[in-house]
Design a protein around this ligand. Sequence first.
Ligand SMILES: Cc1cc2nc3c(=O)[nH]c(=O)nc-3n(C[C@H](O)[C@H](O)[C@H](O)COP(=O)(O)OP(=O)(O)OC[C@H]3O[C@@H](n4cnc5c(N)ncnc54)[C@H](O)[C@@H]3O)c2cc1C
Length: 405
Amino acid sequence: MERSVDVAIIGGGQAGLATSWHLNQANVDHVVLESGRVGETWRSRRWDSFCLVTPNEFIHLPGAKYDGPDPDGFLPLAELVAYIQSWADSFGAPVEGNSTVTKLEAGGGGFRLTLASSTIKARTVVVATGAYQQPYRPAGAESLPKDVVQLLAEEFTNPAALPPGAVLVVGSGQTGCQLAEEIHESGRKVFLACGRCIWVPRRMDGRDVFGWMVESGFLDRTPDQLPSPAARLLGNPQTTGHGKGHDLNYRVLHDLGVELLGRYAGADGSKLHFADDLAASVDFGDARLVDLLKFIEAGCAPKGITPPTVDMPPPLRVKTRTELDVAKDGIGSVIWTSGYRPDYGWVKFPVFDSMGFPQQVDGCTTVPGLYFMGVHWMRKGKSSILYGVGEDAGIVARHIVESRT
Ligand SMILES: Cc1cc2nc3c(=O)[nH]c(=O)nc-3n(C[C@H](O)[C@H](O)[C@H](O)COP(=O)(O)OP(=O)(O)OC[C@H]3O[C@@H](n4cnc5c(N)ncnc54)[C@H](O)[C@@H]3O)c2cc1C
């Protein structure tokens, strides 16, 4: 079965839907092809107690800017899913669910999209299949003993669903720290293998850190302002929206009783090895916070706003173990929260850089009619989040409209 459409948006998350909203405004005929349901990633790749880390007031989806009763709060997962679903319903987003595109290639003078039992010809395609695509496991993951249950962060649902025993969380970005805290609170022994990540105080001078980031233009930084292209892979800041939001970083977790370790370095039989590098990781996070504070200060000055004052804590120095024994330490499960990599192997166009990110400007590629949306750092630091995706979608939609005139 083959049919033709004008514009095909692949992916019905916030990036695809935001593009759909703008195309709808411009009366451009289109479909949204979605593997599962609207907002499927939020529905099936987050844990039960998930809540947003960004305050509700910074949900700036086009046509659905948050104006609810709790702007300073952090929507829990069920409410977020309902929010996205009702937004999609509000403008009749033309979403076709259960429609996974397995191949995108040139064909018929435009694009040919292969689905399970049909093909679609399209004049224009927007690939919006997610900022966090392929979960990454560090080197040495394959040497983990087979009798230890392994999960990806997106497979974790709740502590009770884990096998008995202690839990090793590998990766200490925002997600790793949140899982470590929540599993610890359930009464489990938790080990956290730590890497390098910025931490931020949840509030500074009474204002949420995210508000300061917005105010200072931190989230408007463009990819060329990053120290290197690899910096696109750095984790989001360590903090949490749980319990109305609080600080969550190495110091907090250490005080709670989570056992901090250096980076996971592989296994040898039942022995798990860790680098002796926690101090360096802690110092890295502290240094990046100092960078952020300087950025905020510089961004506030022209507006005459007094920047926040933060008393930097003394360096955290903890003696860590470099070896655990699965049996002796009672480790029943390992959760990998070690980041993501792009995964566009099904897109048969040479438009990707050496790290697998699409090469684009404002979402436009060198292939006429092929666009991307929702890519991490696509235009700015805010490109892949609820606060910034709408701005990018407006620009991509404008390019599509202009290409027709
Ligand atoms: C753990 C975690 C916490 C986060 N917390 C926040 C937060 O607090 N605030 C914030 O603003 N952002 C947050 N984000 C970032 C961001 O908002 C989310 O990653 C968001 O889901 C990105 O939206 P998206 O539409 O780009 O991608 P997705 O939501 O992943 O949507 C992509 C869609 O494409 C579909 N799809 C994929 N491949 C295909 C295919 N081949 N064919 C058809 N359909 C396909 C998927 O089913 C999915 O529905 C978080 C991210 C993570 C990972």
